[in-house]
Design a binder for this molecule. Structure first.
Ligand code: SF4
Length: 67
């Protein structure tokens, strides 16, 4: 299985919750927005934390979908 991770840059409010919950998948950029470190993940542990971050994001800016 592989999953594609995206962050909607227009929606992200830069509160860094995702980077805090799942630092192996999300990082904060110089622009103050979250960015996926890797666009496609194949590791189930990373998938689990990425979906946790997706659910925790207050503005639903994160998408995790099957690649
Ligand atoms: S949790 Fe959502 S709003 Fe917060 S930094 Fe991550 S993508 Fe942006």
């Amino acid at each position: 299985m592989a999953w594609k991770v995206t962050v909607d840059q227009d929606t992200c409010i830069g509160d860094a919750i995702c980077a805090s919950l799942c630092p192996d998948v999300f990082e904060m950029g110089d622009d103050g927005k979250a960015h996926p470190i890797v666009e496609v993940i194949e590791d189930e542990n990373l998938y689990n934390c990425a979906t946790e971050a997706m659910e925790a994001c207050p503005v639903s800016a994160i998408t995790v979908e099957e690649a």
